[in-house]
Design a protein around this ligand. Structure first.
Ligand code: PEP
Length: 246
């Protein structure tokens, strides 16, 4: 009942020329999995114009306010007007580089959803937290603090992204992924009752074609948030294909 989702996070990469990658993604975008690409904000409008109808375009952040004196920021409404349908919030790079707290991510999530954007809320432990045995406590705390009340599966996606696995080539064991996703599913169902079961849980962190099938076969993994391997269609398409057959 949860549609699989393959989401690409281009981070601060890409130019107009890179939008040609979207053309090649059309071949898998009409399948059972939803396909989303989140380019830099400067490319959202052009990407939305160029992407095949079945490839959705998202943003990587939004401001918690709808307008005002916030130089350099973009509101959720602006991103929506530019063509975004989704927005990644609370990515560990924003938590680390910009000091984003759970409370701020929660405020951004409310703002995004009020503008009709699907919020992809990212959570995940550092290596230090994992080694200390704190992973489950950390992700439960982040989930509780970053996600507002009244959620449903059509407005929220949660991405479990261990900080130590992002861009490193390191991946948790399938048992570790299953343990966290199971914990998150229980927390969502405890909080949002039957709606908790409709909220998609993505895994993110060094997903590539060679490990995608195993990760997608893990219980309660509804797709992936993919960084480096989403930049080129030749890397991303096999991941989407693995998700479609999972
Ligand atoms: C990410 O940045 O969300 C991510 C998962 O990156 P990568 O796939 O490159 O590890």
């Amino acid at each position: 009942m949860r549609r699989k989702l393959a989401a690409g996070n281009w981070k601060m990469n890409g130019s107009r020329a890179a939008l040609g990658e979207l053309d090649a993604m059309a071949q898998v975008a009409d399948g059972p999995a939803e396909v989303l690409i989140c380019p830099p904000a400067s490319l959202i409008s052009a990407a939305a114009d160029r992407a095949p109808a079945s490839v959705k375009i998202g943003a990587q952040d939004c401001h918690e306010n709808s307008s005002g004196a916030h130089t350099g920021n973009l509101s959720a409404e602006m991103l929506s007007e530019a063509g975004a349908t989704h927005v990644i919030l609370g990515h560990s790079e924003r938590r680390a580089d910009h000091g984003e707290t759970d409370a701020l991510v929660c405020a951004k999530t409310k703002a995004a959803q009020a503008s009709g954007l699907v919020a992809i809320v990212c959570i995940g432990e550092t290596l230090q937290e994992r080694n200390a045995g704190d992973t489950l406590a950390v992700v439960k705390r982040q989930l509780a603090g970053s996600v507002p009340e009244g959620q449903t599966g059509d407005m929220l996606v949660v991405a479990y992204e261990p900080v130590w696995a992002i861009g490193t080539g390191l991946v948790p064991t399938l048992e570790q992924i299953a343990e966290v996703h199971n914990t998150l599913r229980s927390a969502l169902c405890d909080r949002f009752a039957s709606q908790g079961d409709t909220i998609r849980l993505l895994y993110g962190g060094s997903v590539k074609a060679s490990n995608a099938a195993d990760i997608f076969a893990t219980p309660d993994v509804d797709g992936a948030l993919v960084g480096g391997a989403s930049l080129k269609a030749q890397d991303f398409v096999p991941i989407v294909t693995a998700l479609c057959v999972a």
